[in-house]
Design a protein around this ligand. Structure first.
Ligand SMILES: O=C(O)CN(Cc1ccccc1)C(=O)c1nc(-c2ccccc2)[nH]c1C(=O)O
Length: 161
């Protein structure tokens, strides 16, 4: 679907100003106003279907091959990736049985976000590891991912906004 922006303009999210801005990848020009010739209605429709940022919870289980195999739970994580995936599958079942994602993340996540029930807040493209980002942005609001592997470990991701 077209963004309604004249080529090759793109739309990005400014974290500092917490709003979208427009960027021309060739001239490197950026501006707050919609570029000349933008189809405003099409841009609004596009942004409704292609959010510039999402908000997710996640439950991270680290293993011995994680980039930093340590967390608030263990100074030296020796779990294999296989064992971590098996543990994650058990958490998927508990979610399917109705337990709250936040409670399970608080109970088990190796990420420092455990104390916030796994809440990572809002993030835009380019802020998370690629595998994490692509799954997070593809999730419908309210949905939980299948296990996702990153350099940090293995994750379940729930999109909340
Ligand atoms: O990968 C590394 O070298 C170390 N990290 C990165 C990190 C460390 C502390 C805070 C946030 C991210 C982690 O292992 C890590 N990654 C995450 C993470 C990964 C994907 C999405 C959100 C958080 N959390 C943690 C953590 O310890 O708390």
């Amino acid at each position: 679907m077209s963004s309604g922006l004249p080529e090759p303009w793109t739309v990005r999210f400014s974290k500092s100003k917490r709003r979208e801005y427009f960027f021309h990848p060739e001239t490197k020009q950026s501006q707050w106003e919609e570029p000349e010739g933008t189809d405003h209605q099409q841009l609004k429709q596009y942004l409704a279907e292609h959010p510039l940022r999402v908000r997710c919870l996640h439950l991270l289980i680290k293993h011995r091959d994680s980039r930093r195999p340590a967390s608030h739970r263990s100074e030296h994580i020796t779990l294999s990736k296989e064992e971590a995936l098996q543990e994650l599958a058990a958490y998927q079942q508990r979610l399917e049985q109705g337990e709250r994602f936040e409670d399970l993340a608080r109970e088990r996540s190796d990420c420092s976000s455990f104390k916030r029930g796994g809440d990572l807040g809002h993030f835009a493209h380019g802020e998370m590891q690629p595998a994490f980002e692509s799954v997070a942005f593809a999730l419908p609001v309210g949905a939980v991912s299948a296990p996702v592997e990153t350099d940090s470990g293995v994750h379940l991701i729930k999109r909340v906004a």
